[in-house]
Design a protein around this ligand. Structure first.
Ligand code: SF4
Ligand code: SF4
Length: 372
């Protein structure tokens, strides 16, 4: 383990930029902490924390100048790996007919700075779903990840109960734990070691390492909520006809915010556009959501016409059938869908209600199935 000072963090950003990475990390903009390109570590949100609850997110000033003491904002790293909108091809008509050209995105090498445990797990989920060659693979291949062990969970966080935090798992190049006067740094890859060698550090003292570990352990006990410890796929399968779906639908606005902010929701649709002459056409891919009515349109009609069926689809896929499809849960416990739901709907509370309902029905679902 190494010890990195705050000035050393500035140097780390410089070194990554010198190596051709576009460094992206948290910064303050428009009353929120967003992810954006950083030219210096001085653009990190020093001294800013967040106050988060169901349907609620506010920045708040901290008494210290910590740079990573805030929980997940509305944006996730998904927007860089799997952009919300991308042009697939365009076509131009001339005397010879149509000429179709595909759009090859400009190659970018990102360095992600400040990836928390939940979001590192979410990148792993996206990799399992989308990393099969093509554009996702090209974007993902060269990414350098500086992860951050979380010491300040927010009010809607529940990564500990999903097995995804607050400490980071595998898949990073470097992992930082923030302390008052610097960072304990752990090396996760050869590439990470090579970059860190270019930054002034010294070996971390045993008491610094121990204090950092204790702060991360303490964060696990300060999560705002927890996913019920039950066999969630089993409960969801047994709850197919539950009247609770109608109860949620009476509160849900079908706005799709939850799926847009979710770091693992990956669904897309395509849109074709033409101009009035008919000589120019384009095909775009954009994020879609199972909350949209036409998302379930199949050959002449929508399959999921009620709000209840759409919420059921989302929760059942996310926490249930995702396991069958991808071998893991689709939820990493980041809490974004709770904070950014205008109705304050909380999937942990909805899941707890379903678990209680099944217990009332005489089922026994007490097996803990934290995601792999
Ligand atoms: S379902 Fe909600 S809490 Fe789970 S990963 Fe998605 S946004 Fe985060
Ligand atoms: S659960 Fe909340 S965020 Fe999701 S569609 Fe319903 S109202 Fe919108």
């Amino acid at each position: 383990m190494a010890w990195l000072t705050r000035d050393g963090l500035d140097r780390l950003v410089e070194v990554l930029r010198e190596r051709g990475y576009r460094v992206v990390g948290p910064t303050v903009r428009d009353g929120a902490i967003v992810l954006d390109e950083l030219s210096s570590a001085r653009e990190l949100p020093a001294g800013w924390g967040v106050e988060v609850g169901p349907g609620h997110y506010r920045l708040r000033r901290r008494a210290d100048d910590a740079v990573f003491a805030h929980s997940a904002g509305s944006q996730s790293w998904k927007r860089f790996l799997h952009p919300s909108r991308a042009k697939l091809w365009s076509a131009e008509r001339d005397e010879a007919g149509f000429r179709v050209s595909t759009e090859e995105p400009e190659p970018v090498r990102y360095a992600f700075l400040g990836v928390r445990g939940c979001d590192l797990a979410a990148i792993g989920v996206l990799d399992r779903v989308l990393d099969h060659g093509g554009r996702y693979h090209d974007r993902r291949a060269g990414i350098f990840i500086v992860a951050v062990n979380c010491t300040e969970p927010g009010g809607v966080c529940f990564c500990a109960s999903m097995g995804c935090g607050p400490g980071v798992g595998a898949g990073h190049d470097l992992a930082l734990t923030e302390r008052a006067d610097g960072f304990v740094v752990e090396i996760g890859s050869e590439r990470g070691a090579e970059v860190l060698a270019a930054v002034p550090t010294r070996p971390a003292a045993p008491d610094q390492v121990e204090a950092a570990r204790a702060a991360v352990d303490a964060a696990a006990d300060r999560m705002g909520r927890a996913m019920p410890a039950a066999d969630l796929p089993d409960v969801l399968t047994a709850s197919r006809e539950s009247d609770h779906w109608t109860d949620v639908a009476s509160r849900c606005l079908m706005c799709a915010n939850c799926t847009m902010v979710c770091p693992t929701c990956f669904c897309t649709t395509t849109e074709d556009v033409t101009d009035l002459t008919g000589d120019h056409a384009q095909r775009w891919e954009r994020w879609a959501s199972c909350f949209e009515l036409d998302y379930s349109y199949i050959h002449g009609g929508e399959v999921r016409t009620s709000g209840a069926s759409r919420y059921r689809q989302w929760l059942t896929h996310k926490l249930g059938t995702w396991h069958d499809q991808f071998g893991t849960s689709g939820c990493v416990g980041c809490g974004r869908c709770i904070a950014w739901c205008p109705a304050g709907i909380d999937l942990t509370a909805e899941m707890a209600a379903l678990v209680e309902q099944r217990k009332g029905a005489g089922d026994d679902h007490r097996d803990d199935t934290a995601p792999g």
